[in-house]
Design a protein around this ligand. Sequence first.
Ligand SMILES: [Zn+2]
Length: 361
Amino acid sequence: MLSVTLLSLSWAVLASSSKCILPISYSSQIYEVPAWLSLNYSCTGSAQLWEARPSPGKGMGVFATRALEPGDIILEEPPIIKIIPPDFRDGAAYPLSSIDMLLNSAFDALSEEKQAEVMSLHAHLTPGEENKESANRMLIPIFRSNAYIVGKTNTELGLFPKGARINHSCRPNSSQVWIDKIGKRVVRAVRHIEEGEEVFATYIPLLRDHKARQQRLDQYGFKCTCSACTHDRATQAASDRRRDDIRKAFADFEPQLTLTVPQSIAGRKRAEKNAAASEDLARLVEEEGLADYYAQAYRIVALSYARIEKWEAATRWAHKSYELNLAADEDAPNTLEMRALTEHFIQNWNTDLYNKSNQHG
Ligand SMILES: [Zn+2]
């Protein structure tokens, strides 16, 4: 039996789908090989699939130049500027002067064209920063408004001018992840995107209600008008409730995410109820269109079915989660975990089928 290490739920899952996935070499003893295990996956090429142009009310935006499917890579980009900020002291902010120095020397080393690319980015200015004229003075606000955490240990900050053009939505159609191995930030479609449709990412955690999300977005200086924020009042309230329920369910499931099969009848009954509730959670996340959370929800359903030894369901859900994780980053710990879990569940499913065929034959 495989020993499987469960990871905590705290990782940020970046969902994607099966456009660029390699077939998995599972045990060939399975009695009835499900169709989804024998699919021939391939990887699509990388001609430029986006263009930057004005987006009404939002400055610039990024638009798809052809229809995109979940998993398609929209853009891959190395940081134009990358700095390693000095260590945090407890509770203290980064010393601004040292960031300033690091940024300025990185900026000065860029070609004129790249400097212009940096300076063309939007910056949300705080009151004290307004009316600053020199280019170098604008670097801090630009960096603060657009930089992402990157690097193997998440201790570096990078600026990605192309990706920075992607506007925010609370129901984004793309997700982004830093892939350390290639030194690039990769943006993928997480649902079907029409040709000419705007690409959106999220700047904030999404499992909060409309009001709390807007408070977080105030630091970027705009009012969100995405499809989740411009509903009529009743639809808005329903969306808020769903996000609230999803956040609570993620927290409630966390202590139960083990592979231990409950031994008592009451424990078993509870686990059966939880397996049904976990499917409700996955449905809720899909209904709300929160693609970044699909893989995390599917993992919960897989483990919930494993706890009641429903190996077929556990395998299918684990594989769904694995596919999404794999498309985002093949080397990420959660990808490796879901692969191990899928293999483990499929072995148990296989043993089950073998036992059943012996009983009947
Ligand atoms: Zn919104």
